[in-house]
Design a protein around this ligand. Sequence first.
Ligand code: SF4
Length: 364
Amino acid sequence: MRRGWCPTVFAPMPSGDGLLVRVKPPLGRLLAVQARALAAAAARDGNGVLELTGRANLQIRGLTAASAERFARAMVGAGLASPDPAAERRRTVAVAPLADAASLDVAASLEDALTQDDALAALPAKFGFAVALSGIAADVRLYPSGEFWAVWPDGAGIAAATRAPVRAALGLAHAFLAVAPGAARMHDADADALFAAAGLRPALPAPLPLRPRIIGQLPGGFGVGLPFGAVDAATLDRLAACGTLHVTPWRAFLVAAATAVPPDPALILDPADPRRALTACPGRPACAAAAADVRADALALARRFPGRALHLSGCAKGCADPRPAPLTLVAGADGYALVRNGTAADPPVARGLSLGQIAAMIAA
Ligand code: SF4
């Protein structure tokens, strides 16, 4: 994954296995007809696998220059992308999968305002907004708080209380451009200067991140996890028959208003499923840079150590998770390198390990 590049359907990103595109379902919702259109286009134009990202987007790999153009047209036709590439780039609003009507209204208004505000074209590619949603990467956060909204720049720890959350959020985005020109992310800017430039007064402690329960029966539907955060096109097509899919940033869909989903080995329907503890990039054969079929190896280790948190990476890039993990295994020509409490790019404590040797080390 290239740093600073945030692909869209109009701006594919070169990766080890062809071009990668990212689809941003409006308000994080996929109607059945949209999910089917997306599945069909992913199978026809890409490698047929869809990955959920940490910002509740879907990414598809393995496209060519020609198939990426066809894919973009299909997404616009399905209502999953703006026809204007510049507006599509600025549509970076993530909303909680179980958001109420008021939060959805705010998210929709914010998305509209962003696509119309050409001055915000200067925002960095990864700059994003989170509505009623915590625990994901975002630069401006909006959270309902009684009759007000708490709105704050990421990293501030303190929020403005406002009845005009969209105006406040846009104000912070403009303030970022004014007070931190050249900065990559909101948390790099001075929070006091941001509030002052946006004409906001910080008044509330910023709400703390929450990680909701997401697999199984939930108040608003049924949560379905995806092993390694990925689903193949045929499975997505089947899942579309169960109802509208709400995309989450937690490697899961919420099937709205459903009380059950038919058993399917390609899906995680039980919160105790050991695959939830695994993180792995697509690996071989999907990615040309991969030195091993890391997902198959992760499943083999999970059978011996169910529930053990493991990150397996096909190379030191660590696309699946840039954060440090207790145990990261990085595939190389001579076997796996083992990193403790680090990322795939950190120095390993051992190299050239077979799966059997790794199992013995974990068991010890
Ligand atoms: S981390 Fe995995 S997906 Fe990313 S480049 Fe390396 S092998 Fe490919």
